[in-house]
Design a protein around this ligand. Sequence first.
Ligand SMILES: *[C@@H]1O[C@H](CO)[C@@H](O)[C@H](O)[C@H]1NC(C)=O
Ligand SMILES: *[C@@H]1O[C@H](CO)[C@@H](O)[C@H](O)[C@H]1NC(C)=O
Ligand SMILES: [Mn+2]
Length: 444
Amino acid sequence: RRNVIIRCLLYGSLTFGMWTTLFFLYLHRIHTHYLEKTSQELSSAWYLEQSEQQPITQDPQPPSKAHVVVKNKPEKLQTFTVLGENINYSDPKLLDGLSKYGFNTITSTNVGFKREVPDTRHKMCLQNHYSTHLPTASVIICFHNEEFNALFRTMFSVVNLTPNSLLEEIILVDDMSEFDDLKEKLDYVLEVFRGKIKLIRNQKREGLIRGRMIGAARASGDVLVFLDSHCEVNKGWLEPLLYSIAKDHKMVVCPLIDVIDETTLEYRASPVVRGAFDWELKFKWDNVFSYEMDGPDRPIKPIRSPAMAGGIFAIYRHYFNEIGQYDKGMDLWGGENLELSLRIWMCGGQLFIIPCSRVGHITKKQFKEVSAITRAFTRNSLRMVHVWLDEYKEQFFLRKPGLRSIAYGNISERVELRKRLGCKSFQWYLDTVFPELEASVNSS
Ligand SMILES: *[C@@H]1O[C@H](CO)[C@@H](O)[C@H](O)[C@H]1NC(C)=O
Ligand SMILES: *[C@@H]1O[C@H](CO)[C@@H](O)[C@H](O)[C@H]1NC(C)=O
Ligand SMILES: [Mn+2]
């Protein structure tokens, strides 16, 4: 009789187990179905927006919110958008944070170190599987007086959403920050990362450009990935970047930059755009031309880009050194993105935006150091004009006559570099990479 009882119990629990499994399978199906549906709705909404989208002319920030209106917001994502509802715009603390850091630091503190952001990739990206033999990455983040939570969200998102085997290290370069919380408190909190993060503190203000070179010199990963200190990377952000570089070491790649609103900290998807600039050398986002967007894999195809937006990109470490890193004579930041873009294209490399790699970036308002930044941008642009623009430098000076006689330092080393690398002419760049710029020679 004991046998019978045991058998009954056995069958009983088997049946129970089976039903439970079926029930969970059912729940899972509903869940995935729901997720698929929401991502489909999202992407179709963007494509609608994209087809009626005007060229984006904002500088130097990622696409403006006007172009990324998501219609029929699915419920699942609404948890990310309620952030802005309780903002008191006359709160002096809010204004103080804005002027000190360039964005809403009250909400940033409320959000804290970690959060989940909506997966903004096109659903076709989820079908990509990358080989396990990808190169390793050193992520380099320079900062100067960054808000503590924003800096930590950048690091946590990288640590959480990057496979450990691909992440060699994160290198933080503190460019002489003055705020107290970035001193001992930062050292202390970094302990939680158990050595994955290396912190370098500059002894004098170097600016972001030399700061990145200082970080790169300490890196040991195969690939250097540069990020700003107010980013949040998204799911699967790194693999497609590494994959492109693994196939071609002279390929430099940028993620698609999503927008983190500076007031609400809402994370919003950006449309697929490419980086461009005008004859004043002001960066702008540009529509991707239809001839670049053919084929069934259109929504996830890497986009050939005449220029990169700023300091968010990945490059093979040896290649970064081979093509001359950055121009050490450039100050703070501004203009270095275009100089590097021209150098990559004209000296045998390629620059692409990878739509399946998404990184959110806070579009900061600039209130501090405005005159120093303008001065640096002028100097940096002039160095680039005199090294790379050949006879087309006249196009720049026609629009900026006041800059003809401004000093820009010694560029002989960079001119030498261009010769040594055997780079092509600016005319070649216009003909091959960015004909739309040449077409605008005679219009202002
Ligand atoms: C917003 O902040 C100001 C200044 O602190 C305060 O006087 C006002 O009552 C606040 N408004 C709301 C709706 O909380
Ligand atoms: C510019 O720098 C190079 C070395 O990089 C040096 O040989 C040259 O004399 C410098 N020119 C001027 C005008 O200082
Ligand atoms: Mn930035």
